[in-house]
Design a protein around this ligand. Structure first.
Ligand code: DON
Length: 304
């Protein structure tokens, strides 16, 4: 039996010694007010046991991690037709890169970069009468937790400064790959990114991907094949131009957000979330990546 709690405690000690904690994202002004020293991990085994260390019960902005959840909802409703509007190739570029989108005529490389997530947001805005309410209900349902909510201050803060995302949405519109108007789609997108969760809640939300499509309350929310494909996209595209490095160092499908969260999973075994708000140059949590590298090395558990 692996001593999970001992390993989490060791990781906590190791990363506490680190003097360079990375940089907090400030391009969304509201995110700048976060304590750089915050650090938490939560581990949820599929067998039911839970382990945690540090600030695992503090809420943080999940940002791009939400892109996996909108993708799951869209796929569960639309199925594989969704792939006529976007691709499943790693972009090798930053999350907000635009020139590739122009070169490839408005077809985003994958659903986890901003332009791809905006296309998925467009799909959901078309599908639902109240997309923000319906998406929140979906997240609460798969997590089994009705306390999860948007942070409206963060959403409004990003709306005021989200020029790059306005550019992406307008480019998509110019290539006829956005059915709704830019304002409505981005309003939804900024809200999905503003979702707040704790590390513990995040592991529960992603349980569905580690458990072949069945969420925590054992309800089927994705087919096995859909869960498999979403995990493949997380592995190849979840960390933008650092996806190769994450696969190399950690070896798990996962997703990061500029709020400093990372969630990763080993199908049929566990889901693990880390929160450390300081980011590296690629926009991924610096200590979060280090923590997960130590975790998979010490437990010898990865997909490889
Ligand atoms: O659209 C943005 O720029 C943010 N709402 C989300 C970016 C993000 O989290 C990238 N992740 N590492």
């Amino acid at each position: 039996m692996i001593d999970y709690q001992g390993i989490l405690n060791n990781i906590y000690q190791e990363v506490s010694k680190e003097t360079d904690k990375g940089e907090i994202a400030t391009y969304i002004p509201e995110l700048a007010n976060v304590d750089k020293n915050a650090f938490g991990i939560h581990l949820h085994l599929i067998s039911g046991e839970n382990f945690s260390v540090g600030d695992s019960e503090k809420k943080f902005s999940i940002q791009s991690i939400s892109k996996v959840l909108t993708l799951a909802l869209a796929i569960s409703k639309v199925g594989s037709d969704i792939w006529s509007r976007l691709d499943v190739e790693p972009s090798g570029n930053p999350f907000n890169h635009l020139s590739l989108l122009e070169l490839e005529k408005g077809i985003p490389r994958n659903p986890l970069i901003n332009s791809g997530a905006i296309v998925i947001a467009d799909v959901l805005v078309s599908l639902f009468e109240n997309p923000k309410e319906d998406f929140l209900a979906y997240v609460r349902d798969i997590t089994g937790d009705s306390s999860i909510n948007y942070n409206y201050k963060v959403a409004n803060s990003e709306k005021k400064t989200g020029f790059n995302n306005y550019a992406a949405a307008n480019l998509l519109k110019s290539f006829d790959n956005l059915n709704n108007n830019v304002e409505d789609v981005l309003d939804f997108y900024f809200h999905q990114c503003s979702l707040e969760m704790t590390c513990a809640q995040l592991t529960k939300a992603f349980y569905v991907f580690a458990n072949k499509g069945k969420c925590l309350l054992e309800k089927t929310r994705l087919t096995k094949s859909q869960a498999k494909r979403i995990n493949a996209i997380m592995l190849t595209c979840g960390f933008y131009d650092e996806a190769g490095e994450f696969a190399f160092e950690v070896g798990l499908p996962g997703k990061s957000g500029v709020g400093g969260g990372i969630v990763a999973l080993l199908p049929n075994e566990f889901v693990i979330s880390v929160w450390a708000p300081g980011l590296n140059e690629r926009g991924n949590s610096k200590l979060g990546m280090q923590a997960l590298e130590i975790f998979t090395s010490e437990t010898n558990q990865s997909i490889f």
